[in-house]
Write a protein that binds this ligand. Structure first.
Ligand SMILES: Cc1cc2nc3c(=O)[nH]c(=O)nc-3n(C[C@H](O)[C@H](O)[C@H](O)COP(=O)(O)O)c2cc1C
Length: 275
């Protein structure tokens, strides 16, 4: 996968392309869509977000319209402008192995629209799927095998650091013929707000050293995998650090909420420092 710049909009944060209203597409290497699951999800009841300077906790719960409605929109050319302007990565999710397989079958016909298909094996905010699959290596491998058969293009696993050691997971991903990995998704956290518990995924600056270590370990063990570094990237030094430990591209998530212009700033920095 060739991205120029090697800068990706993280899944979930950029919705279904909405940030193109605020960011010039020439600064975006690829735009990852919010994870789409087999059935529509309304997401979790509020409170869903809690933010500080150093982290965000979200408990959105993979709210999305479901694969059938997504394909209807695709056929109605609703994402045409997005495809014209940027490379798009589809994010695939499910509640169990069967659902991952069915979503893959449904999106397979439309693979040509996407630069890559990313599979979310790591959402901490749904009861099933996500982290559960990663902690059950039998189911995980079953999904890897099936999806590799059905999908012909660039295939990326998005994983976190919970469930299993990330470098071991990366080895399995590579051994099943997949092309890349996103390191890392959010990590389970908890915050008490006015007496109410928000159990959600932690993102933002606090995640950076953990994500950096994950990239380092994976690149040492499985250097062939294309690695997208994701977790707390907010400035030029963060970008340097991820490239230093071997990331092939970096991803911006929580930082975009605070300031969408960060994408332009980081893209210009990457182009300058890599030229
Ligand atoms: C509000 C929110 C929603 C997210 N939704 C998704 C999602 O649908 N699918 C996914 O794979 N990751 C999702 N993520 C995880 C991000 O893509 C990213 O991997 C993570 O936030 C770490 O990067 P960051 O610290 O730059 O935000 C979400 C993150 C946030 C903050």
């Amino acid at each position: 996968m060739e991205l120029n710049p090697p800068l990706v909009i993280a899944s979930g944060v950029g919705g279904m392309g909405e940030y193109l209203k605020l960011i010039d597409p020439k600064y975006i290497g690829a735009y990852t869509l919010k994870t789409v699951t087999l059935f529509p999800k309304q997401g979790n009841p509020p409170p869903r977000l809690f933010a500080t300077e150093s982290y965000l906790i979200n408990n959105i719960g993979l709210e999305n319209i479901g694969i059938d409605a997504f394909i209807e929109n695709l056929n109605a050319n609703q994402y045409e402008e997005l495809f014209e302007k940027v490379k798009v990565i589809f994010s695939l999710g499910g509640d169990n192995p069967e659902e991952y397989k069915l979503v893959a079958q449904k999106i397979a016909t439309y693979e040509k629209y996407f630069e890559a298909i990313e599979v979310n094996f790591s959402c901490p905010n749904v009861k099933n799927g996500g982290l559960n699959i990663l902690s059950d290596l039998f189911s995980f491998k079953e999904v890897l095998i099936y999806l590799r058969k059905v999908l012909k293009g660039f295939l990326i696993a998005k994983v976190g650091v919970e469930g299993n050691f990330v470098e071991n997971v990366a080895q399995i991903v590579k051994d099943h013929g997949w092309n890349g990995i996103v390191l890392i998704n959010t990590i389970r956290g908890l915050e008490v707000v006015e007496g109410k518990l928000i159990k959600g995924g932690i993102s933002g600056p606090v995640l950076k050293p953990i994500a950096l270590r994950a990239v380092y370990e994976v690149k040492n063990k499985v250097p062939e995998l294309y690695v997208i570094g994701s977790g707390g990237i907010t400035n030029e030094k963060d970008v340097d650090d991820f490239f230093k430990v071997g990331a092939n591209a970096i991803s911006l998530g929580t930082a975009i909420y605070k300031n969408p212009q960060i994408v332009e700033k980081i893209a210009k920095y990457i182009r300058r420092c890599c030229e």
